[in-house]
Write a protein that binds this ligand. Structure first.
Ligand code: ATP
Ligand code: RIB
Length: 294
């Protein structure tokens, strides 16, 4: 079976829900607190695995309870963790997530994610070289993302680069990625130009997610909007990650880009109906059941 390898972050998400988002200097009483596995890399791996793809994770956790929690979760979700290293001197990455007023705000403390190095990538290079698709995000050091993109390019491995959190990318990173999947905010940081103008420069490569409206890309002839689905919104955390995991899972089984975007929208729309990044990610069976009649 064609495999997906995710090289990326693993976090433990500390999720607070509240009616009001506190302003600077303000304290508010919230509603709920949950500890949920997260990290953009791990989320994308879990999304792809739940949707039926053979999925491997390359990353790093600390030698602590959050690390054990994250590793066990990945394994339970059928993600192969042979590429996950354990660092002794730094804690597992954590994210403080506030879900309030129909949106989230997130602070990530990278911890062990910043121990992911070129050496670790090299240690797992055979795995990476034999992947059908590698998924990358920007929660590990940027030079490691850049290095992995080069390795994939040399070995003709397709890469989905999810440029999140948003930061400026070098031309070679853009060039070496097969697909790039920013949201509108990240697109502005990277390209600084109106969405349709940028899309026309990257046919069948740049896929911009546009929240409840779905995703946009240029197929070489026209700009296409592939709409998402109407759902009851609870929490959008992990929507972008589910989209990327879904896109990868559909592409490795041979879907066309347009079919893969449709599938990714279906998966991501289901995620936003539950609190937490991974809690609402659908299995393939759940997705088929939900969308068989729509
Ligand atoms: P995140 O909240 O995880 O940071 P993001 O900002 O990276 O998400 P979005 O563009 O907001 O990415 O959403 C990613 C995908 O999730 C969309 O392309 C769409 O498929 C789905 N999605 C997001 N919000 C909704 C919604 N309210 N209803 C249906 N689908 C949604
Ligand atoms: O994309 C959502 C993720 O961003 C969360 O799970 C959190 O860990 C942060 O990395």
């Amino acid at each position: 079976m064609a495999k997906i390898v995710v090289v990326g972050s693993i976090n433990t998400d500390l999720v607070f829900t509240s009616d009001i988002r506190p302003k600077a200097g303000e304290t508010v009483l919230g509603n709920t607190y949950s500890v949920i596995p997260g990290g953009k890399g791990a989320n994308q791996a879990v999304a792809a695995a739940k949707l039926g793809a053979e999925t491997y994770m390359v990353g790093c956790v600390g030698n602590d309870s959050n690390g054990d929690f994250s590793l066990k979760n990945l394994q339970q979700m059928n993600v192969n963790t042979q590429g996950v290293e354990v660092a002794n001197h730094v804690p597992t990455g954590v994210a403080n997530i506030v879900v309030a007023e129909n949106d989230n705000s997130i602070i990530v403390i990278s911890g062990a994610n910043f121990e992911v190095s070129k050496e670790i990538v090299n240690k797992h290079r055979e795995l990476i070289k034999t992947a059908e698709i590698v998924l990358l995000q920007l929660e590990i050091p940027l030079d490691v993302v850049e290095y992995t993109l080069e390795l994939c390019k040399e070995n003709k491995v397709k890469v989905i680069l999810n440029p999140a959190p948003g930061m400026v990318l070098s031309n070679s990173m853009i060039e070496n990625a097969t697909y790039i999947t920013p949201n509108e905010h990240e697109l502005k940081i990277i390209f600084g130009q109106p969405i349709d103008q940028v899309l026309k420069n990257y046919p069948n490569k740049l896929i911009v997610t546009i929240g409840s409206k779905g995703a946009k890309y240029y197929d070489g002839n026209e700009i296409k909007i592939i709409p998402s689905y109407e759902v009851e919104l609870v929490d959008t955390t992990g929507a972008g990650d589910t989209f990327c995991g879904g896109l990868a899972a559909a592409l490795v089984r041979g879907d066309s880009l347009e079919e893969a975007i449709k599938f990714a929208n279906k998966a991501a729309s289901m995620t936003v109906t539950k609190l937490g990044a991974q809690s609402g990610m659908p299995s393939l069976e759940e997705l088929m059941k939900e969308y068989s009649s729509r």
